[in-house]
Design a protein around this ligand. Structure first.
Ligand code: SAH
Length: 365
């Protein structure tokens, strides 16, 4: 068995928003501008230790060290794909593992972050849910994923910035709402990483429609994606058991509230699963569901990344995908067939992590 030798109890300072950092500094007898200096060291200069913050007093550095660490993640595996996708496996202080994916897009560097260690949503096609949730990933640990990917570029002298974020890694972000919100506010802060809200997408399976309503009032221009995958409750329940508690009527009531409140467009993720959800009849049902909301909707048809443990599911053929797409188009639905990245390096959610954990178990056995 792997020993759990966790001794680190200090949280990562990356988990604090700028306002929270200022408040903490003031509570500890420091002026506001000292906190903004720390913020600058963390996100502009991107130092890895408090000692490198040379314009702070020794006493303040000691205080920071007493209360916080900077980076809580350790890099375990890095895999680079032929198309430039990079997959990172990180170990957290309590020895659990998470994965992060970097995708090179025409518009810049996009990072896919993990929000929970494992997942309890139980979607039948997904690799993440094979390992149940052990704990939430803290805001600081989510920010760190981006900082380490950025470091990977900084260290190679590459003048490239992480410019886009998708919250689509392992876990259900709305099941870890407080940490998610802190993470979003940290990376979006103009004085730090300044990743534009319009360049950030949060994806949810919609298990708690009331969270979608709450999200509408956060005053952030972040994009919302809904993992839909089926246009009726029976089919959706067979793929996503959370539909039982959050049927489509409730989900769409919340989505309609969100679009009315924010006037922002919602993206619908739709994985194409051969023989399951990819017939022209189902396409018509999907079109009927989206049509009244079409002005603020966008449907992404996604090629399925096969998962060894879920042999039941196969990727839809090109022909079926085209037919499905044509039905949506004929109905005037805004939609696109999405390109895939990193299939050769297990980039589907949770694949690298579950392989590594199996390998560890095999080595130990
Ligand atoms: N829990 C959140 C975010 C993580 S999943 C959510 O459900 O949205 C991110 C996206 O990847 C979801 O749309 C999910 O359905 C999809 N996904 C999961 N497994 C996949 C696979 N094997 N191939 C393609 N997409 C997958």
């Amino acid at each position: 068995m792997i020993e759990n030798t966790q001794t680190e109890t200090r949280p990562s300072i990356y988990g604090l928003t700028r306002d929270q950092l200022i408040e903490w500094a003031q509570e500890n007898g420091e002026k506001k501008f000292r906190a903004t200096q720390v913020w600058d060291w963390l996100y502009r200069k991107r130092v890895q230790s408090f000692e490198e913050m040379t314009n702070l007093s020794q006493a303040f550095i000691a205080k920071l060290n007493e209360n916080f660490i900077i980076n809580p993640l350790q890099q375990v595996v890095v895999q680079e794909s032929e198309d430039g996708t990079v997959k990172y496996l990180f170990m957290l202080p309590d020895k659990v593992m998470i994965e992060t994916v970097l995708m090179r897009q025409a518009y810049g560097l996009s990072v896919c972050v993990t929000t929970q260690v494992g997942c309890n949503m139980g979607c039948t096609f997904c690799a993440s849910g094979i390992l149940k949730k052990e704990r939430d990933v803290t805001a600081g640990e989510i920010v760190s994923q981006i900082m380490l990917v950025q470091k990977y570029f900084d260290e190679r002298g590459l003048d490239e910035r992480v410019s886009h974020i998708v919250v689509m890694g392992i876990g259900e972000p709305f099941d870890n709402y407080e940490h998610l919100m802190n993470f979003l506010r940290v990376i979006n802060d103009d004085n730090g990483l300044a990743i534009g809200a319009r360049h950030i997408t949060v994806s949810t399976c919609g298990f708690m429609p009331k969270k979608i309503k709450e999200f509408a009032h956060e005053n952030l221009q972040v994009n919302l994606a809904i993992s839909l995958h089926a246009p009726n409750n029976a089919l959706r329940t067979s793929l996503m058991r959370i539909t039982r508690n959050a049927p489509l009527e409730k989900l769409f009531e919340a989505i309609d509230y969100y679009t009315e409140t924010t006037n922002r467009r919602v993206t619908y993720e739709y994985i194409m699963l051969s023989g399951e959800n990819d017939s022209p009849e189902i396409a018509q049902q999907l079109a009927d569901l989206i049509k009244p909301r079409n002005k603020l909707s966008y449907v992404n048809l996604i090629p399925y990344n096969p998962v060894a443990e879920h042999i039941k599911y196969e990727r839809s053929t090109k022909n079926d995908t085209t037919k499905f797409y044509d039905v949506l188009k004929k109905n005037g639905i805004n939609c696109v067939v999405r390109q895939e990245h990193g299939t050769d390096i297990d980039a589907a959610c949770g694949q690298l992590r579950s392989k590594q954990i199996k390998k560890n178990k095999a080595n130990i056995a």
